[in-house]
Every structure is written in C-alpha cells, then in structure tokens.
Ligand binder design. Structure first.
Ligand SMILES: NC(=O)c1ccc[n+]([C@@H]2O[C@H](COP(=O)([O-])OP(=O)(O)OC[C@H]3O[C@@H](n4cnc5c(N)ncnc54)[C@H](O)[C@@H]3O)[C@@H](O)[C@H]2O)c1
Ligand SMILES: [Zn+2]
Length: 302
C-alpha cells in the first residue's frame, strides 16, 4: 500500500453522532492501516504541515494557559493520553526525530530500517547490536511526565495511556491502564515455539539469542516496522479515544502510523498537544504547548 494513502486518512471519526458506526469503520480502517510504518506526507498533507509550522506559535505555558488547562483537567470526566518517545527523553532515552534523537547520530541505516522485520530476518546480529545499544535502557527511571500521568490515573481522571513507547516507564511510575501500541523491550519470545523470555534472560545470551527449548531465534516483543499492530490493542485505544472528552497528546512527532492516526478518533472538546517540535496536527489542538512535557505536566498536575 502506498504511504501516500496512509498519510491521507480523513478525520472522519470526530463527530459524536457518528460513533454508532464506530465498529464497522474501525475494522475497515484497521485492515487498511494496521501496518506500522512511517508516513511520507502527501502533497495536501505537506501543505497542512507547513501551514501548521508557520501558524504554530512557539510558546511555553503562561499563567493564563496553565489555569485554562487546569480547569479542563478538573472538569474532565474521561481523559486519555496518547504519547510517544518524547515522553521518555527527560528520562535519558533518546527519541528518533529530535535534534539529539537517534536520526541525528551516525548509523549505517536509520532506526526505522534496522528495526524492520525484513532487517531482523536478514541480519539479526546487527539488529541485536542496535537493540542493546539504542533501544534498551534498563536503568532509566520515570520522569515528571510519567509521574504526573500516573497521578491523574490515580485521581480517576485519566482512563487510558496509549503509548508508542516500549520502555515500560509508565507502569514503573505506577500507571496501570497502559496500552503499549508497539510492545515492550521487557518481554521477548521464541519465534519458533513461542516460549517467553524476560529482558534479564535475554541479556544473558551472547550475540543472537536462541531458545533453550527449541533453538529458534528469540525476538523482542516489539512491533517492528512492516509489521501489523495488535488489533485488540489498537481497537481498545481507538475506543477509549472516541469516548474521551479530553485527549492529551504529547512527546510524539505524529508521523508513525497507525498510532498517529488514533488522534482521528477523538470527538471530544479539548485536544491538548504538548510537543517540543511542530507536528502535522498542531492546527487541530485546542491548546498547544511547545515545551518539555515533564515540566509542563508537572506544572498542570500539582
Ligand atoms: N522511549 C521509547 O520507548 C522510544 C524511544 C525512541 C523511539 N521509540 C519508538 O519510535 C517511534 C517514533 O515515534 P514517536 O512519535 O514516538 O517519536 P519521534 O522521535 O518521532 O518524535 C518525538 C517527538 O517528541 C518531541 N519531544 C522530544 N522530547 C520532548 C520532551 N521532553 N517534551 C516534549 N516533546 C518532546 C520531539 O519534538 C518530537 O517531535 C515510536 O514508534 C516509538 O515506538 C520509542
Ligand atoms: Zn523455542
């Protein structure tokens, strides 16, 4: 399927009145868009993206904005958070697309190539070298963003965290309702017999890890590029977002589909977008904060 179609998903799911046909629409769209892949922007989307960059003011949270968002948080009954790699940069885990992200370091291939299924099959050795070097941060600790979101969940406000991250930091901060759209580095399994392995067990193995039971190659339980996302997980995230009155989107470039397309299921009142760099969806936000998500959320959630 050409990327251009993926990038041109219409925002059809926003109206509350349309929710009755949610299931059928969702299945059609899932079938079409479930493969994890970066988008190349189609011409019209490129224009929207450029316009949103030009339009987006670069501002941090001023007093007025802070009070307005705190009021929204207080009054919301059903909040959902959709996040990405930027949520964990303040924990010392690089994202892909910031100036200090993985794209801007020297590798023979970009991360999306090394972390693809075809690359894993062709060269698991290089895949694992990259994996241990750049994807696994066993000592990383939750930061202010993870803690604020866990606090919102404890308060009964935040019903779901849908994350593209594979680092487990939301759970480490105490959140329970977490959907890991792209899986987790903390789990792996044998590609032949399915035997599960923990990260510690995987770490003990030299080079390309093989299964104790059957000798098959073990792989991390993460969704690689070119692979479909788990339909149940995707559906649950879309359903929660379609029910939400407030959606907080943060720390994501909104360029990796189908996760980025989940924003189209939102039909509530408040879309709060907290991201350092511009995204193609900035113009959709009712509140746009272009600053660090840890600082921002900890100011809002006190
Ligand atoms: N921690 C992780 O688990 C991790 C790390 C790197 C990449 N990934 C994977 O890479 C893919 C990349 O997509 P993505 O959209 O999640 O990330 P991305 O790298 O494409 O974009 C990250 C975005 O976060 C913003 N950002 C960075 N630090 C921030 C901060 N402190 N506060 C606010 N904004 C900040 C950047 O401006 C950027 O737009 C995802 O599929 C994800 O699975 C995960
Ligand atoms: Zn096995």
């Amino acid at each position: 399927m050409p990327d251009i179609i993926i990038a041109s998903m219409p925002a059809v799911a926003s109206a509350r009145s349309e929710r009755s046909s949610f299931a059928s629409r969702f299945l059609i769209r899932c079938a079409a868009f479930s493969l994890r892949r970066p988008c190349k922007l189609a011409k019209t989307d490129k224009m929207v993206y450029i316009k949103s960059i030009l339009k987006a003011e670069v501002f941090t949270l001023d007093k007025e904005q802070l009070l307005a968002i705190q009021k929204i948080f207080n009054e919301s009954k059903y909040m959902v958070f959709l996040g990405g790699a930027g949520v964990s940069t303040e924990s010392g885990i690089p994202d892909f697309r910031s100036t200090d992200g993985l794209y801007n370091q020297k590798y023979d291939y970009p991360p999306e190539v090394i972390l693809s299924k075809s690359f894993f099959d062709a060269d698991p050795e290089t895949f694992y070298r990259f994996f241990w070097d750049k994807m696994v941060y066993p000592d990383a600790k939750p930061n202010a963003a993870h803690r604020a979101l866990a606090e919102l969940e404890r308060a009964g406000k935040l019903k779901l965290i849908a994350t593209q991250n594979i680092d487990g930091l939301h759970q480490m901060a105490g959140a329970h309702n977490v959907l890991e759209l792209h899986g987790s580095v903390w789990r792996s399994y044998c590609t032949r017999c399915g035997k599960p392995y923990t990260l510690a067990q995987l770490k003990q193995k030299e080079g390309v890890p093989h299964c104790d039971e059957c000798g098959g190659i073990i792989r991390p339980d993460v969704v690689l590029y070119e692979e479909p996302l788990n339909m149940g997980v995707l559906r649950a995230a879309a359903e929660a977002i379609s029910r939400a009155d407030t959606l907080i989107v943060g720390g994501t470039s909104l360029l990796v589909y189908p996760a980025a397309g989940l924003i189209d299921y939102f039909g509530g009142e408040n879309l709060i977008l907290i991201n350092r760099d511009a995204t193609p969806r900035d113009s959709m936000a009712t509140h746009l904060v272009k600053d660090n998500i840890g600082d921002t959320l900890s100011q809002i959630v006190k």
